[in-house]
Structure formats: structure tokens, C-alpha cells
Design a protein around this ligand. Sequence first.
Ligand code: ATP
Ligand code: MG
Length: 247
Amino acid sequence: MVSVQNLHKTYRGALEPSLSGLSFSFPQGRIAGLLGPNGAGKTTTISILCGLVKADSGDVRLFDLHQDAHHREAIKKLIGIVPQQIALFPQLSAWENLVYFGNLYGLKGKPLYASIATYLQRFGLESAGKKEVYKFSGGMKRRTNIIAALLHNPKLLILDEPTAGVDVQSRNMILQFLKEYNRQQGVSILYTSHLLEEAQSLCDEVAIIDQGRLVLQGQPSQLVQQHPECRNLEEVFLHHTGLAVRD
Ligand SMILES: Nc1ncnc2c1ncn2[C@@H]1O[C@H](COP(=O)(O)OP(=O)(O)OP(=O)(O)O)[C@@H](O)[C@H]1O
Ligand SMILES: [Mg+2]
């Protein structure tokens, strides 16, 4: 579903590169995790995948389409993006926000309203739909942000730290939804996190990146098995990325 080859990116004015020859690929239909410490390059990679940031060099493909000007519109229809920072209009209600995002994808009228109502209910927000988003808790905002990425029925859902800053109940609901969405609708999922326990239980495959490079890729259980000294994915992660704080 996603293939990244030898990606390089240095932001304008930055002293260090953010990506230094990053390569990884994930097959279709899986829940894939892009894992790494703060500043590893997760958001930069996702922004390049979505066509929001331009790489200096390297090759990016989604569903065998090159991410370039020629395929940008086709790729936009295939993917749903949940950004790391909440991207909603605080003065609008959840319903108004979702109508706006649906319209951006060319959706309107009854089918759009039916879809919004279904998802608000699925995410426990049916009674909050008419409330302005600035009155929402962090978890409610995050769940609304996820719905905004689902309305056009993407084939690949990309989520950048979807469980950051939410409580246990919201987190559970989000993770449960992602599993069901993948298994029942066959939608591929690419998610980033630095919560290794969560990634181990959610992901079929993970790529661990650090300082803009791939460190390790594989199925969580296999990666743990390959490291007899490590009891879980978090220990494998620390084994390869070290104990130094990154910020
Ligand atoms: N717009 C920008 N301009 C300059 N440097 C940037 C920019 N965005 C990110 N960086 C730098 O690029 C590197 C990778 O950042 P990125 O946000 O991709 O990491 P991340 O893995 O998503 O981190 P986090 O877990 O904190 O979200 C960091 O060193 C960061 O400071
Ligand atoms: Mg990030």
C-alpha cells in the first residue's frame, strides 16, 4: 500500500536533515505502524506521503501510484489523513465541521448527512454534534478529527499519533474502531506512535525509524523473537534507538 525508497529531506534553513535515506514498505490491507522517538521524522514522512511536503529526493508510491503532481488528485481520493495537530474550526459545531470536510471531498446532501450521523454515533458523539468544537474535551476533538478523514471512504487511512492526549476510554474506542475498520472494511491503516505497547497490540507490521533512517522493520512478534534479551517491542525499540532523550 505504501512504499518509500531512499527519501531525503532537509527543511529550508535547518542545519540537520530530517530524513536521511529512509526506506520502508507495507503491503495492502494491514495495520502498519511507523514508530520512532520525538523528531525521528514520522510527521515529515507522512506529510511527504500525503503530498503536503516535497522531498528533496527519493521515491514515494501509494497503491503503485507515484506521489507526484500527475497523481496527486487520485491519491487524495484514496487516502484519509488524521493530522497530529487537531485540524477543526473551534467556533463551528462538530456537525458543521464534518459537513465542511465532506464538501471538500465533493460529498453533499443526504448521503453525507447519513454518513456523518452514523460516524458520530459510532464514536459516541451523537449528542455532541451540535456543540461548538471549542467546548469539546481532547478525546472528543480527536474522535471528530478522525471522522473527518473517513467520510469519503478512503482505501488507506493515515493517522499521526491518533491517541496522543486522550484518556483511556477514548483511546480504547479509537483503537477498537481501527481494528474493526481494517478487518471489516479492508481499509489499510498507517499510524504513527511512540507508544510501543499500543503499537505491539494494534499493528500487523511496524517500521522503527530514528534520525530519519529505518532502524528495523517486521511483525512485532517476530521482532521480539529475534531479540532474546528483549521481552516486548518497547525493549526492542530501546535496544535500537538508545536511552538518550531527543529534544
Ligand atoms: N517545518 C520544519 N522546519 C524545520 N525543521 C523541521 C520542521 N518540521 C520538522 N522539523 C524537524 O525535522 C525533524 C523531524 O521532525 P518530525 O516532526 O518529522 O518528527 P516526528 O517523528 O514526527 O516527531 P514527534 O514524535 O515529536 O511528532 C525534527 O528534528 C524537527 O525538529
Ligand atoms: Mg510528529
